[in-house]
Design a protein around this ligand. Sequence first.
Ligand code: LMR
Length: 394
Amino acid sequence: MLSNLEQQPADALLALIKLHNADPRADKIDLGVGVYRTGQGATPVFGAIKAAEQKLVDTQESKSYLGPEGDMGFVHALMPYIFGKEDPSKDGRIEGMQAPGGTGAVRLAVALAKRSGVTRIIMGLPSWPNHAQILGDLAVELVSFSHAGTDGKVDMDALRGAIAAAQPGDAIMLHGCCHNPTGIDYSEAQWDEIAALIKAKGLLPILDLAYQGLGAGMEEDAYGVRTVLAAVPEALVAYSCDKNFGMYRDRVGAIYVMALDAAALNRVLSNGHALARAAWSMPPDHGGAAVRLILEDAGLTAMWLDELDTMRARMRQVRARLAAAGQAGNIDLTAIGHQNGLFSVLPLSSEQILRLRSDHGIYMAGSGRVNIAGLTTGNIDKFIAALAAVSAGT
Ligand code: LMR
Protein backbone atom coordinates (compact mmCIF):
# COMPACT_ATOMS: atom_id res chain seq x y z
CA MET A 1 0.00 0.00 0.00
CA LEU A 2 2.72 2.44 0.91
CA SER A 3 4.24 2.18 -2.53
CA ASN A 4 1.05 3.75 -3.90
CA LEU A 5 2.18 7.09 -2.52
CA GLU A 6 3.37 9.61 -5.07
CA GLN A 7 6.73 11.30 -4.73
CA GLN A 8 6.39 14.77 -3.15
CA PRO A 9 8.75 17.63 -3.90
CA ALA A 10 10.93 18.73 -0.99
CA ASP A 11 9.68 21.91 0.70
CA ALA A 12 11.18 24.59 -1.53
CA LEU A 13 12.17 26.91 1.32
CA LEU A 14 13.77 24.22 3.47
CA ALA A 15 15.50 22.67 0.44
CA LEU A 16 17.32 25.99 -0.07
CA ILE A 17 19.17 25.49 3.25
CA LYS A 18 20.74 22.30 1.89
CA LEU A 19 21.52 23.80 -1.51
CA HIS A 20 23.27 26.75 0.13
CA ASN A 21 25.21 24.53 2.53
CA ALA A 22 26.46 22.39 -0.36
CA ASP A 23 27.79 25.40 -2.33
CA PRO A 24 31.58 25.59 -1.84
CA ARG A 25 31.92 29.28 -2.85
CA ALA A 26 33.29 31.33 0.05
CA ASP A 27 31.38 34.48 -0.94
CA LYS A 28 27.96 32.80 -1.30
CA ILE A 29 25.03 34.69 0.22
CA ASP A 30 22.07 33.02 1.96
CA LEU A 31 18.89 35.09 1.64
CA GLY A 32 16.65 32.03 1.92
CA VAL A 33 14.99 30.70 5.05
CA GLY A 34 13.87 33.25 7.62
CA VAL A 35 16.51 33.34 10.32
CA TYR A 36 18.11 36.48 11.71
CA ARG A 37 21.81 36.95 11.01
CA THR A 38 24.31 39.28 12.62
CA GLY A 39 26.58 41.60 10.63
CA GLN A 40 29.01 38.67 10.59
CA GLY A 41 26.41 36.34 9.10
CA ALA A 42 25.88 34.26 12.26
CA THR A 43 22.59 33.19 13.87
CA PRO A 44 23.73 33.03 17.50
CA VAL A 45 21.74 31.87 20.51
CA PHE A 46 20.46 34.93 22.41
CA GLY A 47 22.50 35.72 25.53
CA ALA A 48 19.26 35.84 27.51
CA ILE A 49 18.34 32.36 26.24
CA LYS A 50 21.77 30.97 27.16
CA ALA A 51 21.37 32.36 30.68
CA ALA A 52 17.82 31.00 30.97
CA GLU A 53 18.90 27.59 29.67
CA GLN A 54 21.66 27.49 32.29
CA LYS A 55 19.11 28.34 34.95
CA LEU A 56 16.86 25.60 33.62
CA VAL A 57 19.67 23.04 33.81
CA ASP A 58 20.44 24.12 37.37
CA THR A 59 16.90 24.24 38.70
CA GLN A 60 14.65 21.89 36.71
CA GLU A 61 13.68 19.01 38.96
CA SER A 62 11.72 16.83 36.60
CA LYS A 63 10.98 16.23 32.96
CA SER A 64 7.76 14.42 33.74
CA TYR A 65 4.74 15.06 31.47
CA LEU A 66 2.92 18.37 31.65
CA GLY A 67 -0.16 17.97 29.45
CA PRO A 68 -1.41 18.92 25.99
CA GLU A 69 -1.51 22.60 27.03
CA GLY A 70 2.23 22.62 27.76
CA ASP A 71 3.83 25.12 30.12
CA MET A 72 1.04 27.50 31.15
CA GLY A 73 3.54 29.77 32.92
CA PHE A 74 5.12 30.36 29.50
CA VAL A 75 1.72 30.86 27.86
CA HIS A 76 0.65 33.43 30.48
CA ALA A 77 3.98 35.26 30.62
CA LEU A 78 3.67 36.20 26.94
CA MET A 79 0.13 37.55 27.23
CA PRO A 80 0.89 41.11 28.42
CA TYR A 81 3.25 41.51 25.44
CA ILE A 82 0.65 40.32 22.96
CA PHE A 83 -2.60 41.63 24.40
CA GLY A 84 -1.35 44.57 26.47
CA LYS A 85 -0.43 44.96 30.11
CA GLU A 86 -3.93 46.21 30.97
CA ASP A 87 -6.12 43.15 31.46
CA PRO A 88 -4.30 40.77 29.06
CA SER A 89 -6.99 38.09 29.44
CA LYS A 90 -9.77 40.56 28.52
CA ASP A 91 -11.87 39.72 31.52
CA GLY A 92 -11.21 36.00 31.29
CA ARG A 93 -12.12 35.75 27.59
CA ILE A 94 -8.58 34.98 26.38
CA GLU A 95 -6.59 31.88 27.24
CA GLY A 96 -3.92 29.97 25.41
CA MET A 97 -1.92 26.79 25.15
CA GLN A 98 1.60 26.04 24.06
CA ALA A 99 2.23 24.78 20.52
CA PRO A 100 5.23 23.37 18.66
CA GLY A 101 6.39 26.58 16.98
CA GLY A 102 4.40 28.96 14.81
CA THR A 103 3.54 26.12 12.43
CA GLY A 104 1.98 24.09 15.24
CA ALA A 105 0.05 27.14 16.37
CA VAL A 106 -1.28 27.93 12.89
CA ARG A 107 -2.18 24.30 12.31
CA LEU A 108 -4.07 24.10 15.58
CA ALA A 109 -5.83 27.40 14.86
CA VAL A 110 -7.00 26.18 11.45
CA ALA A 111 -8.02 22.79 12.88
CA LEU A 112 -10.04 24.53 15.62
CA ALA A 113 -11.69 26.82 13.08
CA LYS A 114 -12.56 23.78 10.97
CA ARG A 115 -14.00 21.93 13.98
CA SER A 116 -16.20 24.94 14.67
CA GLY A 117 -17.63 24.79 11.14
CA VAL A 118 -15.30 27.00 9.08
CA THR A 119 -14.84 25.63 5.56
CA ARG A 120 -13.23 28.66 3.88
CA ILE A 121 -10.39 30.91 4.96
CA ILE A 122 -9.77 34.24 3.24
CA MET A 123 -6.08 35.05 2.94
CA GLY A 124 -3.96 37.54 1.00
CA LEU A 125 -1.39 36.16 -1.42
CA PRO A 126 1.50 35.91 -1.58
CA SER A 127 1.77 34.44 1.89
CA TRP A 128 4.08 32.14 3.81
CA PRO A 129 3.86 28.95 1.67
CA ASN A 130 3.14 26.81 4.73
CA HIS A 131 -0.17 28.64 5.26
CA ALA A 132 -1.58 27.19 2.03
CA GLN A 133 0.05 23.80 2.76
CA ILE A 134 -1.68 23.64 6.16
CA LEU A 135 -5.05 24.65 4.68
CA GLY A 136 -4.61 22.04 1.95
CA ASP A 137 -3.72 19.31 4.41
CA LEU A 138 -6.74 20.14 6.57
CA ALA A 139 -8.99 20.40 3.49
CA VAL A 140 -10.06 23.98 4.22
CA GLU A 141 -10.68 26.10 1.13
CA LEU A 142 -8.31 29.03 0.60
CA VAL A 143 -10.12 32.10 -0.77
CA SER A 144 -7.36 34.42 -1.90
CA PHE A 145 -6.99 38.11 -2.59
CA SER A 146 -3.98 40.17 -3.55
CA HIS A 147 -2.07 41.34 -0.47
CA ALA A 148 -0.07 44.09 -2.16
CA GLY A 149 0.17 45.92 -5.46
CA THR A 150 3.22 46.21 -7.68
CA ASP A 151 3.80 49.65 -6.11
CA GLY A 152 4.96 47.94 -2.88
CA LYS A 153 1.86 49.09 -0.99
CA VAL A 154 -0.95 47.13 0.64
CA ASP A 155 -3.82 46.44 -1.80
CA MET A 156 -6.65 47.64 0.46
CA ASP A 157 -9.21 47.49 -2.34
CA ALA A 158 -8.52 43.78 -2.83
CA LEU A 159 -8.88 43.18 0.91
CA ARG A 160 -12.10 45.21 1.08
CA GLY A 161 -13.48 43.27 -1.90
CA ALA A 162 -12.56 39.91 -0.35
CA ILE A 163 -14.28 40.79 2.92
CA ALA A 164 -17.33 42.15 1.10
CA ALA A 165 -17.60 38.86 -0.85
CA ALA A 166 -17.13 36.71 2.27
CA GLN A 167 -19.85 34.29 3.31
CA PRO A 168 -21.21 33.83 6.82
CA GLY A 169 -18.99 31.36 8.66
CA ASP A 170 -15.80 32.30 6.81
CA ALA A 171 -12.54 32.98 8.62
CA ILE A 172 -9.82 35.42 7.60
CA MET A 173 -6.10 34.83 8.14
CA LEU A 174 -3.93 37.93 8.56
CA HIS A 175 -0.26 38.43 9.40
CA GLY A 176 0.04 40.45 12.62
CA CYS A 177 3.25 42.21 11.54
CA CYS A 178 6.32 41.79 9.32
CA HIS A 179 4.30 40.24 6.50
CA ASN A 180 5.95 37.10 5.17
CA PRO A 181 7.04 37.27 2.33
CA THR A 182 6.52 40.91 1.31
CA GLY A 183 7.40 42.90 4.46
CA ILE A 184 4.41 45.10 3.52
CA ASP A 185 2.36 45.72 6.66
CA TYR A 186 -0.93 47.46 7.34
CA SER A 187 -0.73 50.93 8.84
CA GLU A 188 -2.55 51.63 12.11
CA ALA A 189 -5.34 53.39 10.18
CA GLN A 190 -5.66 50.37 7.89
CA TRP A 191 -5.85 48.00 10.89
CA ASP A 192 -8.63 50.21 12.31
CA GLU A 193 -10.57 49.82 9.08
CA ILE A 194 -9.85 46.08 8.81
CA ALA A 195 -11.08 45.48 12.37
CA ALA A 196 -14.33 47.31 11.60
CA LEU A 197 -14.83 45.39 8.34
CA ILE A 198 -14.23 42.01 10.01
CA LYS A 199 -16.63 42.93 12.77
CA ALA A 200 -19.34 44.13 10.38
CA LYS A 201 -19.10 40.92 8.34
CA GLY A 202 -18.89 38.61 11.36
CA LEU A 203 -15.74 36.80 10.17
CA LEU A 204 -13.55 34.72 12.47
CA PRO A 205 -10.08 36.32 12.50
CA ILE A 206 -7.02 34.05 12.64
CA LEU A 207 -4.04 36.29 13.32
CA ASP A 208 -0.54 34.95 12.78
CA LEU A 209 1.96 36.86 14.93
CA ALA A 210 5.31 35.25 14.18
CA TYR A 211 7.63 38.26 14.20
CA GLN A 212 6.60 40.49 17.11
CA GLY A 213 9.44 42.89 17.86
CA LEU A 214 11.17 42.53 14.50
CA GLY A 215 9.11 45.29 12.85
CA ALA A 216 8.71 48.56 14.73
CA GLY A 217 8.89 47.24 18.32
CA MET A 218 7.13 44.82 20.69
CA GLU A 219 4.29 47.26 21.48
CA GLU A 220 3.96 48.70 17.97
CA ASP A 221 3.89 45.25 16.32
CA ALA A 222 0.92 44.21 18.50
CA TYR A 223 -1.31 47.02 17.22
CA GLY A 224 -3.12 44.92 14.61
CA VAL A 225 -3.85 42.00 16.93
CA ARG A 226 -5.04 44.27 19.73
CA THR A 227 -7.20 46.38 17.41
CA VAL A 228 -8.92 43.40 15.80
CA LEU A 229 -9.48 41.71 19.17
CA ALA A 230 -10.99 44.89 20.60
CA ALA A 231 -13.57 44.90 17.77
CA VAL A 232 -14.67 41.28 17.47
CA PRO A 233 -16.30 38.74 19.80
CA GLU A 234 -14.06 35.77 18.93
CA ALA A 235 -10.57 35.29 17.50
CA LEU A 236 -7.62 32.92 17.25
CA VAL A 237 -4.02 34.12 17.54
CA ALA A 238 -1.07 31.95 16.48
CA TYR A 239 2.17 33.06 18.10
CA SER A 240 5.78 32.15 17.47
CA CYS A 241 8.84 32.75 19.66
CA ASP A 242 11.07 31.15 17.05
CA LYS A 243 12.20 34.51 15.67
CA ASN A 244 11.94 37.02 18.51
CA PHE A 245 13.72 34.67 20.93
CA GLY A 246 15.82 33.00 18.20
CA MET A 247 14.48 29.55 19.17
CA TYR A 248 13.92 28.27 15.62
CA ARG A 249 14.74 24.58 15.98
CA ASP A 250 13.36 24.34 19.51
CA ARG A 251 9.85 25.03 18.14
CA VAL A 252 8.39 27.49 20.62
CA GLY A 253 4.91 28.80 19.98
CA ALA A 254 1.46 29.29 21.45
CA ILE A 255 -2.12 29.59 20.32
CA TYR A 256 -4.54 31.95 22.04
CA VAL A 257 -8.31 31.82 21.87
CA MET A 258 -10.60 34.77 22.52
CA ALA A 259 -14.13 33.49 23.11
CA LEU A 260 -17.53 35.00 23.89
CA ASP A 261 -17.27 34.20 27.60
CA ALA A 262 -15.38 32.01 30.05
CA ALA A 263 -17.63 28.98 29.50
CA ALA A 264 -17.22 29.12 25.71
CA LEU A 265 -13.48 29.64 26.17
CA ASN A 266 -13.24 26.44 28.20
CA ARG A 267 -15.08 24.49 25.53
CA VAL A 268 -12.88 25.82 22.73
CA LEU A 269 -9.70 25.07 24.66
CA SER A 270 -10.89 21.54 25.46
CA ASN A 271 -11.10 21.01 21.70
CA GLY A 272 -7.61 22.49 21.33
CA HIS A 273 -6.29 20.08 23.95
CA ALA A 274 -7.98 17.12 22.23
CA LEU A 275 -6.54 18.11 18.83
CA ALA A 276 -3.07 18.54 20.33
CA ARG A 277 -3.27 15.19 22.11
CA ALA A 278 -4.15 13.47 18.84
CA ALA A 279 -1.40 15.27 16.91
CA TRP A 280 1.68 15.74 19.12
CA SER A 281 0.29 14.83 22.55
CA MET A 282 2.14 17.73 24.15
CA PRO A 283 4.53 20.40 22.92
CA PRO A 284 8.31 20.21 23.43
CA ASP A 285 9.06 21.83 26.77
CA HIS A 286 12.62 23.12 26.72
CA GLY A 287 12.27 26.30 24.63
CA GLY A 288 9.03 27.42 26.24
CA ALA A 289 10.53 26.90 29.70
CA ALA A 290 13.57 29.01 28.73
CA VAL A 291 11.32 31.81 27.45
CA ARG A 292 9.28 31.64 30.67
CA LEU A 293 12.44 31.95 32.78
CA ILE A 294 13.41 35.07 30.81
CA LEU A 295 9.99 36.67 31.21
CA GLU A 296 9.87 35.89 34.96
CA ASP A 297 13.19 37.68 35.53
CA ALA A 298 13.40 41.47 35.03
CA GLY A 299 17.13 41.37 34.32
CA LEU A 300 16.84 38.62 31.69
CA THR A 301 13.81 40.35 30.17
CA ALA A 302 15.79 43.59 29.77
CA MET A 303 18.66 41.62 28.23
CA TRP A 304 16.32 39.90 25.75
CA LEU A 305 14.62 43.16 24.76
CA ASP A 306 18.02 44.74 24.24
CA GLU A 307 19.10 41.89 21.97
CA LEU A 308 15.84 42.23 20.04
CA ASP A 309 16.43 45.99 19.65
CA THR A 310 19.87 45.27 18.20
CA MET A 311 18.39 42.85 15.66
CA ARG A 312 15.70 45.30 14.63
CA ALA A 313 18.19 48.16 14.31
CA ARG A 314 20.46 46.08 12.09
CA MET A 315 17.61 45.09 9.79
CA ARG A 316 16.56 48.74 9.55
CA GLN A 317 20.14 49.63 8.57
CA VAL A 318 20.21 47.01 5.82
CA ARG A 319 16.84 48.23 4.56
CA ALA A 320 18.03 51.84 4.57
CA ARG A 321 21.20 50.87 2.69
CA LEU A 322 19.20 49.01 0.01
CA ALA A 323 16.70 51.83 -0.32
CA ALA A 324 19.54 54.36 -0.63
CA ALA A 325 20.95 52.34 -3.54
CA GLY A 326 17.70 53.22 -5.32
CA GLN A 327 17.98 51.30 -8.54
CA ALA A 328 19.89 48.02 -9.14
CA GLY A 329 19.71 47.57 -12.90
CA ASN A 330 15.99 47.58 -13.57
CA ILE A 331 15.03 46.75 -10.00
CA ASP A 332 13.75 49.54 -7.78
CA LEU A 333 14.91 48.95 -4.21
CA THR A 334 13.45 52.10 -2.66
CA ALA A 335 10.25 50.50 -1.26
CA ILE A 336 12.35 48.10 0.85
CA GLY A 337 13.17 51.02 3.16
CA HIS A 338 9.65 51.26 4.54
CA GLN A 339 8.88 47.54 4.69
CA ASN A 340 9.17 45.54 7.93
CA GLY A 341 10.79 42.46 9.33
CA LEU A 342 13.05 39.89 7.72
CA PHE A 343 11.58 39.81 4.23
CA SER A 344 10.96 41.70 1.02
CA VAL A 345 10.04 40.41 -2.42
CA LEU A 346 12.04 41.48 -5.47
CA PRO A 347 10.41 41.46 -8.91
CA LEU A 348 12.71 38.82 -10.38
CA SER A 349 11.87 36.11 -12.89
CA SER A 350 12.60 32.45 -12.10
CA GLU A 351 15.39 32.59 -14.64
CA GLN A 352 16.98 35.62 -12.91
CA ILE A 353 16.69 33.90 -9.52
CA LEU A 354 18.47 30.84 -10.92
CA ARG A 355 21.17 33.03 -12.47
CA LEU A 356 21.75 34.78 -9.14
CA ARG A 357 22.27 31.33 -7.64
CA SER A 358 24.46 29.82 -10.36
CA ASP A 359 26.51 32.88 -11.39
CA HIS A 360 26.73 34.77 -8.08
CA GLY A 361 26.11 32.22 -5.29
CA ILE A 362 23.09 34.18 -4.06
CA TYR A 363 20.29 32.01 -2.65
CA MET A 364 16.70 33.24 -2.33
CA ALA A 365 13.23 31.73 -2.43
CA GLY A 366 11.69 31.04 -5.83
CA SER A 367 9.11 33.75 -5.13
CA GLY A 368 11.85 36.42 -5.21
CA ARG A 369 11.66 36.69 -1.41
CA VAL A 370 14.90 37.82 0.18
CA ASN A 371 15.79 37.54 3.86
CA ILE A 372 17.36 40.96 4.26
CA ALA A 373 19.15 39.82 7.44
CA GLY A 374 21.39 37.74 5.17
CA LEU A 375 22.96 40.98 3.92
CA THR A 376 25.96 42.51 5.68
CA THR A 377 28.30 45.44 5.08
CA GLY A 378 30.63 42.79 3.60
CA ASN A 379 28.25 41.43 0.96
CA ILE A 380 25.58 44.07 0.27
CA ASP A 381 27.53 45.75 -2.55
CA LYS A 382 28.07 42.40 -4.23
CA PHE A 383 24.34 41.71 -3.91
CA ILE A 384 23.33 45.03 -5.46
CA ALA A 385 25.84 44.57 -8.29
CA ALA A 386 24.56 41.03 -8.94
CA LEU A 387 20.96 42.28 -9.06
CA ALA A 388 22.02 44.91 -11.57
CA ALA A 389 23.85 42.29 -13.64
CA VAL A 390 20.93 39.86 -13.88
CA SER A 391 18.29 42.52 -14.42
CA ALA A 392 20.15 44.71 -16.93
CA GLY A 393 18.36 44.82 -20.23
CA THR A 394 15.13 43.28 -18.91
C1 LMR B 1 10.41 31.30 6.70
O1 LMR B 1 9.38 31.68 6.16
O2 LMR B 1 11.51 31.32 6.14
C2 LMR B 1 10.35 30.80 8.11
O3 LMR B 1 9.12 31.05 8.67
C3 LMR B 1 10.76 29.40 8.23
C4 LMR B 1 9.70 28.45 7.84
O4 LMR B 1 9.33 27.61 8.66
O5 LMR B 1 9.22 28.52 6.71
